[in-house]
Design a protein. Structure first.
Length: 181
């Protein structure tokens, strides 16, 4: 009997590792290949669909997987995409954002099934994400004016993420996979 239990635990850990890796890859690909550079920001601000995938991962799989998917997926993009200086800021900002979304969406055993709480979670996650980027940019640029130019793009990116992620999550929560849990 113990061997079955050990196999089950090992199997679950392996599955969690594979699932988390796939979520990180999904966020990375959505950030790298589904983006628009904004002409308004001096740093060449970027609006991408990685935020939608961060929200989706956090709502469907909870705070830990959402935080890892967002932080690693987008930080890897920064490193590979020539935004190396931004990688630590992105890592912290998106880890916090993914964790907040997942924590609220999964609070009180909701497991991401409440559309109202999912929407609330995404909205509550926006100010910390924007604030962390603002502070990081302020340090990078040595002033607190230049980072203001990034805020409109951050808002657009987050709103677009909500508009895309919530219907995806509603549809996926109706699939058999999520009804077994």
């Amino acid at each position: 009997m113990e061997n079955t239990h050990s196999y089950s635990k090992t199997h679950q850990k392996t599955f969690d590792l594979i699932l988390t890796s796939m979520l990180i890859a999904l966020v990375f690909v959505s950030t790298a290949f589904l983006n628009i550079r904004l002409p308004i920001a001096s740093n060449g601000g970027l609006v991408h669909l990685g935020t939608a995938m961060l929200f989706t991962a956090s709502i469907l799989f909870g705070p830990k997987k959402g935080a890892l998917a967002g932080a690693l997926g987008m930080a890897i993009f920064d490193i590979i995409g020539g935004w190396l200086l931004w990688a630590p800021i992105t890592f912290v900002s998106r880890a916090v954002q993914g964790y907040i979304v997942g924590k609220i969406a999964w609070s009180r055993d909701r497991k991401g099934k409440s559309i109202a709480f999912n929407l609330l979670a995404t909205i509550i996650s926006m100010p910390p994400m924007i604030g962390i980027y603002f502070i990081g940019e302020g340090i990078i640029y040595g002033n607190w004016i230049t980072p203001l130019l990034s805020i409109p793009g951050d808002i657009v990116q987050n709103v677009l993420g909500v508009i895309i992620a919530l219907p995806i999550c509603v549809a996926l929560k109706k699939t058999p996979y999520f009804n077994y849990k």
